[in-house]
Design a protein around this ligand. Structure first.
Ligand SMILES: *[C@@H]1O[C@H](CO)[C@@H](O)[C@H](O)[C@H]1NC(C)=O
Ligand SMILES: *[C@@H]1O[C@H](CO)[C@@H](O)[C@H](O)[C@H]1NC(C)=O
Ligand SMILES: *[C@@H]1O[C@H](CO)[C@@H](O)[C@H](O)[C@H]1NC(C)=O
Ligand SMILES: *[C@@H]1O[C@H](CO)[C@@H](O)[C@H](O)[C@H]1NC(C)=O
Ligand SMILES: *[C@@H]1O[C@H](CO)[C@@H](O)[C@H](O)[C@H]1NC(C)=O
Ligand SMILES: *[C@@H]1O[C@H](CO)[C@@H](O)[C@H](O)[C@H]1NC(C)=O
Ligand SMILES: *[C@@H]1O[C@H](CO)[C@@H](O)[C@H](O)[C@H]1NC(C)=O
Length: 709
């Protein structure tokens, strides 16, 4: 055995840096014979030959040490050790790589099996020292296996064929899994399910100002293996398999893994007092026990229970199977929130009382504005100099929320006074007399008048809500008097006078609501005019189809979402089926950003991973689950439910709005995003960023969709 291994090492030295392949009828896997890492995983029949993992051919910015299957472990003070130099053995269908660290042996084995079209990958950890080893002394991040999923936004053309959304469920203990979906939706897609051992979260590395928002970074999975006794061996194993859709993914995961549990809930965020119904299926679902829950066979192969939620807060539920050495624990995560109307009322009050700069504020370019608030400093942030923290742009969402809220809650004179002060601010400082919308307020130290079309629909939204709130004329720029309705029309006209507007994918363009409002108030002529402008824009989006232009990110949920929503709003405004026909493909590509993890942070919440940096106090890159623009998927699902008459999408829309409520607390504070991973480039995550910035769009959307759902 030893001599055979040394012969092979000798062979590998001769072919250092060579790639060898494990092959079956459904896998072709590139192995770096130098490090034992995987360089590529391809389906041999895929005409695009896409690799589902990051490697030298598709991810040149990936460091060598973070290739698939390498990893690191903390073996004591200043003994963080990386496994990188194995004794390796590769055949056509199997490989083994043995890494020897000081006191820990890591044996990695991989096998492709023709008979069941799977790849099995196992990591066996043996304590070779004479003392017990604590592997997660510094927390879950002490111990990690690199699994660089190929989730990057290079260009639309590239991502649709060659990149995959990674829906990662690594906080599930024994029932952990990853579903990858090719961004262009062509199957089969690759899945991964744990078959032995457990996980306790994932981290992200490799995010920076250089790669910006366009890569999701490198993933690290954290084994749940706190200690190893001297001589003890424990394993983490998973299988990878192909599937066409979510149903098939869960079905195969269930067949391949006896510890996998598929959990469905009728809601992942409940309002205190509501019941949550859970359904569990899996090979051993009949054995599931959980504190205080009674699972009942529901006639199919699954088991159901109903749990009453009362106290607001996150609720982790452990599902236990088996006993003794055979016992496994799996985790699911629910959220319980206070009464939603009360939560929104508290938020509206908090903004009016704590987040508005007085009209006498020394810097007149900010006086009267709603501004970013630091929940740690407990004060308004006036010192920030970057555009995503200024008093324009996304912050207009605070005004839109309050204007929507006041329509349902009219007797709040102090809040209304605050809003009217803010409206004056927007019409005088953020918008010029001809309707041009500024990114930086007039009079700001940074005299920036550059065009950012994103900002415009937000100002349109504010005018529309002020119109619905009484349509009182106001005066701006000394002598320019107009009603909010007139300002809405001016803003839309001025928007489309910009040559680039027609090729733009703006968030929140108020098509359906403007047209409905204008028709209801007898303003047919204006409705027709706006419909004409929006139609021209919609036709362009329909023509462009899946050839999305890049925006502030090369490819992202909030490009596909506006394409979908604009077309659906045109359909609902006209009943012309060509709009719906054009929307289906966009809707499917949008839905692919949403996963089905049994955790309210993640379930149906679209993948987004850069706004912690741009909008948060702590400037962390990395997955934001949730980030409030995920509610755009909720809007699209809500409209889609109306358009095609599928109630299920309305329920999912509601679930997305509710998932975002974790960004608000009972006292009315807001948090710009929840940075989900265990760590991001070594900095601790899994918390809500302390800046209240632009999250109020989530609540504004929730209120907006009440009119339709
Ligand atoms: C692969 O085949 C599909 C049809 O099955 C086609 O739509 C796609 O463009 C092809 N891709 C390449 C890279 O040839
Ligand atoms: C472990 O081995 C070291 C040296 O090999 C020795 O000094 C130590 O006493 C041993 N510890 C135990 C717990 O046996
Ligand atoms: C939830 O479960 C309870 C008790 O089993 C049942 O009465 C109720 O109808 C269920 N609700 C839904 C929405 O399925
Ligand atoms: C564990 O499971 C195996 C196979 O299912 C069974 O033979 C064994 O008795 C079980 N051990 C314990 C401690 O439950
Ligand atoms: C499973 O969870 C229970 C309760 O939280 C705990 O007592 C038990 O030790 C856990 N079992 C394993 C194998 O982790
Ligand atoms: C408003 O004032 C501006 C600049 O002071 C002037 O150019 C414009 O003609 C005035 N408009 C009206 C309607 O008085
Ligand atoms: C579209 O059709 C539906 C169902 O017939 C109807 O309720 C709705 O008013 C129509 N909308 C428009 C804009 O014509």
């Amino acid at each position: 055995m030893l001599s055979e291994a040394s012969l092979l090492i000798a062979a590998c030295i001769c072919t250092a840096n060579a790639t060898q392949y494990l092959q079956s009828r459904s896998f072709r896997i590139g192995v770096d014979t130098d490090t034992g890492a995987l360089l590529s995983i391809v389906h041999p029949k895929d005409n695009a030959s896409m690799s589902w993992i990051s490697g030298p051919d598709n991810t040149p910015w990936q460091p060598l040490g973070s290739r698939w299957g390498l990893g690191c472990v903390d073996l004591g003070p200043l003994h963080r050790s990386f496994w990188q130099r194995p004794e390796i053995r590769v055949t056509d269908t199997t490989m083994s790589a043995a890494y020897t660290l000081d006191g820990l042996q890591i044996d990695v084995t991989r096998t492709v099996k023709n008979e069941d079209d799977v790849m099995e990958e196992c990591f066996a950890f043996t304590n070779t020292g004479n003392e017990s080893l604590t592997l997660d002394a510094e927390g879950a991040e002490s111990f990690a296996i690199y699994t660089p999923f190929n989730d990057h936004y290079t260009s639309t053309t590239d991502v649709l064929e060659n990149r995959a959304h990674a829906h990662v469920w690594a906080n599930g203990g024994a029932s952990s899994w990853v579903k990858l979906t090719r961004m262009g939706l062509r199957g089969p897609h690759l899945g991964l399910v744990l078959t032995e051992g457990g996980l306790q979260g994932y981290s992200i590395e490799g995010r920076s100002r250089v790669t910006l928002s366009n890569t999701r970074g490198v993933f690290l999975l954290h084994p749940n293996m706190p200690t190893l006794e001297s001589g003890e061996t424990r394993r983490v194993c998973w299988e990878m398999f192909w599937h066409e859709d979510w149903d098939e993914f869960f079905e195969v995961a269930m067949q391949r893994s006896s510890q996998f549990l598929h959990v469905e809930a009728d809601r992942w965020t409940s309002v205190a007092g509501e019941a949550v119904n859970l359904t569990v299926s899996g090979q051993r679902a009949d054995e599931v026990v959980s504190d205080g829950l009674d699972f009942v066979a529901d006639g199919t192969a699954s088991f159901s229970t109903s749990l009453q939620t009362d106290e607001p807060g996150e609720q982790e539920i452990t599902l236990t199977i088996g006993e003794g050495k055979n016992q496994t624990n799996s985790t699911i995560v629910l959220n319980v929130v206070p009464d939603i109307d009360k939560l929104i009322a508290n938020r509206a009050k908090f903004i009016a009382q704590n987040q508005q700069l007085g009209t006498d504020f020394s810097d007149q370019s900010k006086a009267g504005a709603y501004a970013v608030y630091d929940n740690q400093m407990e004060d308004i942030v006036t010192f920030e100099t970057s555009s995503d923290r200024n008093t324009g742009r996304e912050r207009v969402g605070m005004g839109v929320l309050i204007a929507r809220w006041l329509q349902e809650n009219p007797d709040n004179p102090q809040i209304e006074t605050s809003l009217r002060t803010y409206y004056d601010y927007v019409t005088n400082k953020l918008q010029e007399a001809d309707g041009y919308v500024r990114s930086w307020p007039i009079g700001a130290a940074r005299a920036d008048t550059s065009l950012r079309l994103y900002n415009w629909p937000w100002v349109m939204q504010l005018h529309l809500q002020m119109a619905k709130l009484g349509d009182l004329p106001t005066t701006s720029h000394g002598n320019s008097t107009a009603t909010p309705t007139q300002r809405l029309l001016t803003t839309v006209e001025r928007f489309y006078s910009e040559p680039s507007a027609i090729d733009y994918y703006p968030i929140n363009l108020p098509i359906l609501e403007s047209i409905t409002y204008l028709r209801q108030t007898g303003n047919e002529e204006a409705a027709t005019r706006l419909l004409h402008l929006f139609t021209t824009h919609g036709q362009r989006i329909a023509e462009i189809g899946a050839h999305y232009p890049s925006a502030e990110v090369n490819y992202e949920q909030s490009i596909i979402a506006p394409a979908t929503i604009i077309l659906l709003e045109l359909y609902l405004s006209t009943n012309e089926t060509s709009w719906l026909d054009a929307a289906h493909g966009h809707f499917a590509r949008l839905e692919a950003f949403s996963g089905r993890q049994p955790d309210f942070h993640l379930h149906d919440i679209a993948i987004r991973h850069w706004d912690g940096y741009w909008f948060g106090k702590d400037r962390l890159w990395g997955d934001t689950f949730p980030h409030y623009w995920s509610t755009l998927t909720g809007i699209a699902m809500g409209y889609y439910a109306l358009a095609i008459g599928e109630e299920g999408y309305a329920a999912r829309a509601e679930g997305i709005f509710r998932g975002n409520l974790v960004l608000f607390d009972q006292s009315g504070r807001g948090y710009s995003s929840f940075v989900y991973p265990v760590t991001v480039d070594g900095r601790p995550g899994h918390y809500a960023d302390p800046y209240a910035n632009d999250q109020d769009w989530a609540l504004a959307h929730l209120l907006a969709m009440r009119a339709w759902l």
